[in-house]
Design a protein around this ligand. Sequence first.
Ligand code: S3P
Length: 170
Amino acid sequence: MVHRRAKQIYLAGFMGSGKTSVGEALAREVEWRFIDLDQVIESGQGVTIRDIFESSGEPFFREIERAALAEISKIHPAVIALGGGTFVQPDNLRLIRESGGTTLWLDCPAEELLERCARVEGRPLFRDEASFYRLLEQRLPFYRLADHRIATGGQQPQDVVQKILRLDIW
Ligand code: S3P
């Protein structure tokens, strides 16, 4: 399904796929508001995502993630960076579709994702290489449900933004 005249762009993709950096640059370019779902959760709870996972576990995190998404989905126009697991929850996908959002999958090669995930702290679901590949494999079928796939391998956020601007969704 391809939407035109998008009012909301949702960026989906695995941890380290550049959702936040691309989202910020895209929002600047189109002069829309930028919203990072993880940041909304952290400021709403007053703790880091890592702390939420550690103290209350993933099911609780998914509950507050869904509640935060429901609030965000009312805001437009906006560029919204999802968390790596947001798109994998069927309720979330439904909510995004119902709100009329256009979804873009930032598809980044596994080696690049791994390199970035290993470098940056604060990702509770990143443990080791084997579990990284397992989780990625589980999630790929869900990311493929996005309206558009943007191949981002070896590209800077600005290059990815230019690709997005060339899509027939504006
Ligand atoms: C998660 C990815 C994280 C964050 C949380 C769970 C996931 O977001 O939402 O740690 O399930 O992949 P990023 O993709 O921005 O790292």
